[in-house]
Write a protein that binds this ligand. Structure first.
Ligand SMILES: C[S@@+](CC[C@H](N)C(=O)[O-])C[C@H]1O[C@@H](n2cnc3c(N)ncnc32)[C@H](O)[C@@H]1O
Length: 160
């Protein structure tokens, strides 16, 4: 694993490195959740490194570069578990609206995730956490695995 620095304990492991190189060193189906904010293509440059996804020459090249990360996240994520991606709509070079969340969802679906929007996910969470009727004395047993892998674009929420 190519890392500049790392900290590994019996509770967690933190790696500082190029995610495109670090992820392939992780075991298949070994993580429950990933939460991150990728570079917003074409919006900012975060460093001068060629390895930085924010330095791709075009939006298309960004999606190709990012695809290597999504493929690896799909491989290391346990079946039925979750990946959460912070993102938003972008302006394209010509000033038109760019559906960045939609492109992220499509990229994840290509790599085996079931896409979901923030609104749909929030509605499902609300359903799952609805208090049981007062008459129900016993708590229903939770299913062994009631989650679905999904990617969540972050838009201003109607639920906040
Ligand atoms: C939108 S920022 C999010 C930063 C941080 N997670 C936060 O919330 O403040 C995206 C970050 O991804 C980093 N990044 C880009 N390409 C990367 C790569 N190949 N490996 C690791 N990090 C990368 C960028 O340098 C930038 O710091």
């Amino acid at each position: 694993m190519a890392v500049a620095d790392q900290k590994i304990t019996d509770r967690y492991a933190v790696y500082n490195g190029d995610c495109i190189e670090v992820l392939p060193g992780m075991k298949d189906e070994s993580i429950h959740i990933s939460i991150y904010s990728p570079p917003f293509a074409e919006l900012y440059n975060y460093s001068s490194s060629d390895r930085d996804l924010s330095n791709c020459a075009s939006y298309e090249q960004f999606l190709e570069h990012y695809g290597f990360l999504v493929r690896e996240i799909s491989r290391v994520t346990m079946p039925g578990r979750v990946t959460c991606v912070h993102c938003m709509d972008l302006k394209a070079g010509n000033g038109a609206q760019r559906d960045f969340p939609g492109d992220i969802i499509r990229l994840h679906e290509k790599h085996g995730f079931l896409g979901d929007t923030e609104d749909a996910a929030a509605a499902e969470l609300a359903r799952k956490h609805k208090p049981p009727p007062a008459a129900a004395a016993t708590k229903p047993a939770a299913p062994a695995d009631d989650s679905r892998s999904r990617v969540l674009p972050s838009r201003p929420s109607r639920y906040s």
